[in-house]
Design a binder for this molecule. Sequence first.
Ligand SMILES: [Zn+2]
Length: 125
Amino acid sequence: MYTLKVEAAFEAAHRVVGYPGKCDRLHGHNWVVEAIVEGKTLDELGMLVDFKEIKRALQAAVDTYDHRFLNELPPFSEGINPTAENLARILYETLEKHPIFLRDTRLAGVRVFESPKTSVLYTKD
Ligand SMILES: [Zn+2]
């Protein structure tokens, strides 16, 4: 089994509505997102999947949120708090629809860092 990891970043503001503390206030993060990809079968070049393909898909997914106020964007504007947990799941659900993952390669997880020391890993299981 091979495990690949590709990273992208974006900057965005959010509010954790109802949080009993300062996270309820408007503030921002330099979010870092990792896509973790697994598979067993290499292509004729010896690659599981081209890093560039994953990077492009991940960048497109995070660009939706770059320099935005997350609470104003769907699905967060529909009552889902834009926590790192929800963001990781939504990015996972967005990315897994990419044609790369219709082949033998599987999206194993998405990790969202709210800061260098705090992150959430979402996996489907
Ligand atoms: Zn925050």
